[in-house]
Design a binder for this molecule. Structure first.
Ligand SMILES: [Zn+2]
Length: 382
């Protein structure tokens, strides 16, 4: 009873799948019968990691489980073998993976709000805190092919030409490499989310303003759009982006516009940079402009409305552009959210019970580390 055999592999659509075999014949037989009857089975044990627990159908009908990590097994059963198709059923782990690389602090412009301390101070905070279990990871590499799904070849060459892109977005030596590393972190976050992990990419530069052929708004390569297109290219059918940065994610919108199987939901201040996002665009881009100084209760309602709309899209995977500049004390926007609102937002996203990854976008206040920490606590169910 204490042992189970579990395996992992790729399913037909190229995503991952899990199958479990309970060591007690009657458990497997009962599970099989339930699956044949089309009943949802529920379990709340981690699918991944060393603490795998046996599959116990009789425990698993206790729904809704308070840990909110229940998953539904609704796939076909083989003989003494239950197959679980991902990604809809993956469990979120209680720990959080942070993907970061201190090389991303190598560039700066004097007085620019998008500064290295955003990362170094956040790292300090996360390293010294005791509430979250953190698994640290550094990003790998990214191939040009992944970048070229979202950007034009000439844009990649332009990033290497030593000339500023606009007044906000300076050229820096190595910015091409550093932005690529931020993209790589996004792709690693995608992988971790598919493996059931709670994951956050703590990198700079941000990416959601970068369009196919233009660096702008502190952004050079659009990490979130690249990750969405990678997810689709590797088997995920429906991917939603939830962008709660206070600025409209114009670049992500432009890249994903009318791409089947993707949907973009952006909640942002308007009027504000970059001035777009006043209405829905195409078949799949949904914008929720919020006036400056909107009271936080109202702002939350808009965040909630966007999340409800996202649920209706029925995504298999959610990519989050996590910007913390709707914070009341952010120096470059005029909104009203507090740390507890970001905590709440993390909790709401966790409740989706879907594979989900978050990439840092904006957030320029000195309190950014506390805001990220609050969000991560919400995401991990703390
Ligand atoms: Zn922003």
């Amino acid at each position: 009873m204490q042992n189970s055999n579990a395996g992992r592999g790729a399913n037909e659509s190229g995503g991952q799948s899990e199958w479990w075999q309970c060591s007690r014949r009657e458990h497997s037989a009962r599970a099989e019968r339930a699956v044949r009857r089309g009943e949802g089975l529920h379990r709340h044990t981690p699918l991944y990691g060393s603490q795998r627990e046996p599959f116990h159908p009789e425990d698993c009908h206790s729904q809704p489980h308070p840990c909110r990590r229940v998953i539904c097994l609704r796939s076909m059963a083989g003989r003494r073998k239950i197959r679980v198709q991902s990604p809809s059923f993956l469990v979120q782990s209680a720990a959080v993976r942070i993907i970061t690389d201190e090389n991303c602090t190598r560039y700066s412009s004097p007085g620019h709000p998008e500064r290295p301390a955003r990362i170094t101070k956040s790292l300090e905070k996360l390293r010294q805190q005791k509430e979250l279990v953190i698994t640290w990871a550094t990003p790998g590499k990214v191939e040009d092919a992944a970048l070229l799904r979202a950007h034009e070849p000439k844009h990649l060459s332009r990033l290497m030409i030593p000339r500023d892109f606009d007044a906000d977005t300076a050229y820096h030596a190595d910015i091409h490499e550093i932005a690529r590393t931020a993209v790589a972190a996004g792709l690693d976050a995608l992988k971790a989310s598919r493996a059931g992990e709670t994951v956050f990419s703590l990198m700079r530069p941000p990416g959601h303003h970068a369009t196919r052929n233009r660096a702008m708004g502190f952004c050079y390569l659009n990490s979130i759009a690249i990750a969405v297109l990678e997810a689709q290219a590797t088997g995920t059918k429906r991917v939603a982006v939830y962008d709660f940065d206070v600025h409209h994610g114009n670049g992500t919108e432009a890249i994903l516009l009318d791409k089947p199987g993707t949907a973009f939901f952006s909640i942002h201040q308007h009027p504000c940079y970059p001035g777009t996002g006043t209405e829905n665009v195409g078949q799949n881009c949904f914008n929720y402009p919020v006036l400056p100084y909107t009271p936080r209760e109202e702002y939350r309602k808009v965040l909630e409305r966007a999340l409800n709309d996202l649920k209706k899209f029925k995504p298999d995977l959610v990519a989050v552009s996590a910007g913390f500049d709707a914070y009341a004390h952010d120096p470059i926007a005029q909104e009203t959210l507090e740390a507890e609102d970001f905590h709440w937002l993390g909790q709401e996203l966790r409740k989706l019970s879907l594979p989900l990854f978050s990439l840092l976008e904006g957030g320029y206040s000195d309190d950014l580390p506390e805001l990220i920490f609050a969000y991560l606590k919400g995401l991990t169910g703390k």
